[in-house]
Design a protein around this ligand. Structure first.
Ligand SMILES: [Zn+2]
Length: 345
């Protein structure tokens, strides 16, 4: 299989790997169709990732859809699948004691992605994936939508952790892909999303996807706008997208008394997460962090099959496999990538 590997910061090399280079039992060979490039991939390419610290060389890519290449386990050649990138670490206390959460998954405290644990990476023409990390795709879900399954799983995990209830206001700081999809899930569960971003274009897409309340952090006073929307109470739930680079203090200041706050995502710029804790105490907030969609892929596929999220406008471009180095170099020049770049393999 042909794989793009990072050999040094901002340096890619195409190598050929075989099955014996992937260190695991119970794997299935897939021919990838589409691979999504995430913010994490871009940061790893730049040698600047806060979530992944790997020795060179390593492969990229955590989001992929494809078809089964050879019959294996319960899968048949030609079946369309999406890869669940999340893997329990196997070494934390929860893993060792097989403690399960309410979804019945081992409640791993340090969920890794497939790429981290096995070094496989999905940015390749073929990939070897653990059988437990493959989900069959119903024919009603297109490849270009399935590539967003991981974001949906991430959002579902956040809403589960935060115990969202109907009719609650959810202030979502960050209107990129994660924030947009999360807002649509909030609508699906009959609560009220408010998207805050400093990019009007992202707010326009959110509006087109049915989000009624948006706040432009560049032109409006965020805290007073959220108070106005929530009849001066503040939002019951706040979700801060870790990579949004928005003002976290603004979110804490927009919360209702006893509000629940979630910091969401794997990649961030440290200076934006340094915040005074006084607001947490003065409003008696509950704060938690969620960095993966571990355990929620099956539910995410259901959401896609139910057409519960509109993904129009979230893909920026589809690029060719051979152009990956050029494309990553371009993406590395942006502070926060706007929308999804998808590689056709
Ligand atoms: Zn673990």
């Amino acid at each position: 299989m042909k794989v793009w590997q990072v050999v040094a910061p901002r340096e890619l090399e195409q190598v050929r790997l075989s099955q014996k280079d992937v260190e695991v039992d119970g794997i299935v060979k897939i021919r990838t169709s589409l691979v999504g490039l995430s913010f994490c991939d871009i940061k790893m390419f730049m040698g600047d990732s806060v979530s992944v610290d790997k020795a060179y060389p390593f492969s990229l890519g955590t989001k992929a859809v494809g078809v089964i290449s050879d019959d294996a386990h319960n899968f048949k050649r030609g079946q369309r699948v999406v890869v669940d990138p999340f893997i329990a670490c196997g070494s934390c206390y929860m893993c060792k004691t097989q403690t399960v959460n309410k979804q019945g998954n081992v409640n791993c405290s340090d969920v890794q992605t497939y790429i981290n644990v096995l070094g496989g990476g999905l940015l390749s023409d073929f990939a070897y994936v653990p059988v437990t990390n493959l989900y069959e795709l119903p024919s009603s879900i297109k490849d270009e939508d399935a590539i967003f399954a991981e974001y949906i799983a991430l959002g579902l995990n956040a809403l589960s952790q935060i115990s969202l209830e109907k009719a609650e206001y959810v202030a979502i700081f960050g209107g990129g892909i994660t924030g947009n999809i999360l807002a649509q899930l909030v609508l699906y569960y009959q609560a009220v999303p408010i998207i805050i971003d400093d990019d009007e274009h992202k707010l326009e897409i959110a509006k087109a996807h049915g989000v009624y309340y948006t706040v432009n952090a560049k032109t409006e006073n965020v805290q007073s706008k959220i108070r106005e929307i929530t009849s001066s109470r503040g939002a019951e739930v706040g979700v801060y997208i870790a990579s949004s680079n928005l003002d976290l203090g603004d979110m804490l200041g927009s919360m209702d008394e006893y509000g629940r706050v979630c910091i969401l995502g794997t990649e961030y710029n440290k200076q934006y997460l340094n915040v005074s804790l006084t607001q947490i105490l003065s409003r008696q907030l509950n704060v938690l962090g969620v960095k993966s969609g571990y355990g929620f892929m099956a539910q995410a596929i259901n959401i896609l099959a139910n057409k519960a999220v509109n993904l129009t406008g979230l893909t920026r471009e589809v690029v060719q496999f051979k152009d990956v180095p050029k494309v990553l170099e371009k993406l590395a020049g942006e502070s926060v990538p706007q929308y999804k770049t998808v590689v056709k393999t």
